[in-house]
Design a protein around this ligand. Structure first.
Ligand code: G4P
Length: 191
């Protein structure tokens, strides 16, 4: 998606070979018009997939997921990062390990908001190792819902997440695909 790539080049900062900062329009300040365009792009791409709900993980996935849900005319569900002590009968949990941040968290979903009749589009801001998406898919499967596709704003194509998900049979659609990062340098995959 050209407007996202242009914005990444204009305002994104490659801190090193691994991390791209996009705080000014995705992760801290949010560009609402950009998120609307992103939502429309995802909705256009997945429009024939009979999606019943858009699912994301708090916090940075919420803005693009909301706009996508609005464009598709379906509800959005937020998977939460909550400690296990809040576990109750309604809640399903799975542990997700973030290699980028060196942390683990309990990803949580209430069974009230997703069931076997749902066909889900999962949206997230970054795809790196694929751990967050894999955790979300585990929860989606626990309620016997199905995955229609995965929409990602920024795919770090030099990391294994994309390959892991596509080889497991998932339809992964990424708006910007990064081939290489280096301090001060950002290179996209040529389409
Ligand atoms: P994975 O899910 O693909 O395995 O990714 P990983 O664990 O490596 O990343 C976990 C967290 O780090 C996610 O945020 C993800 O958005 C973020 N992240 C990964 N790579 C980058 C990067 O290059 N730049 C930035 N800015 N973030 C990155 P999170 O912990 O879920 O936080 P948030 O959604 O609350 O922002």
């Amino acid at each position: 998606m050209k407007i996202l790539e242009d914005r990444i080049l204009a305002e994104g900062r490659a801190l090193n070979e691994d991390i791209l900062k996009v705080d000014s329009f995705i992760n801290h300040q949010v560009d609402v018009e950009l998120m609307k365009a992103i939502g429309k792009d995802f909705a256009d791409h997945f429009k024939d997939k009979n999606i019943t709900k858009v699912v994301t993980i708090e916090s940075s996935g919420i803005a693009p997921a909301l706009m996508t849900a609005e464009a598709l005319g379906v509800p959005m569900v937020i998977m939460k990062k909550q400690p296990s002590k809040v576990l109750n009968d309604d809640l399903l949990q799975t542990v997700v390990t973030s290699f980028t941040k060196g942390t683990s968290y309990e990803l949580t979903l209430s069974q009230k908001f997703l069931d076997e009749n749902d066909h889900v589009l999962f949206i997230d801001d970054f795809l790196a190792n694929g751990e967050a998406a894999t955790g979300a898919i585990r929860l989606i499967r626990m309620v016997h819902a199905t995955v229609a596709g995965i929409g990602i704003l920024i795919e770090k194509s030099f990391m294994p997440g994309k390959e892991k998900l596509t080889s497991a049979g998932f339809d992964v659609y990424s708006l910007a695909r990064i081939k290489k990062l280096d301090k001060g340098k950002i290179e996209f995959v040529e389409e």
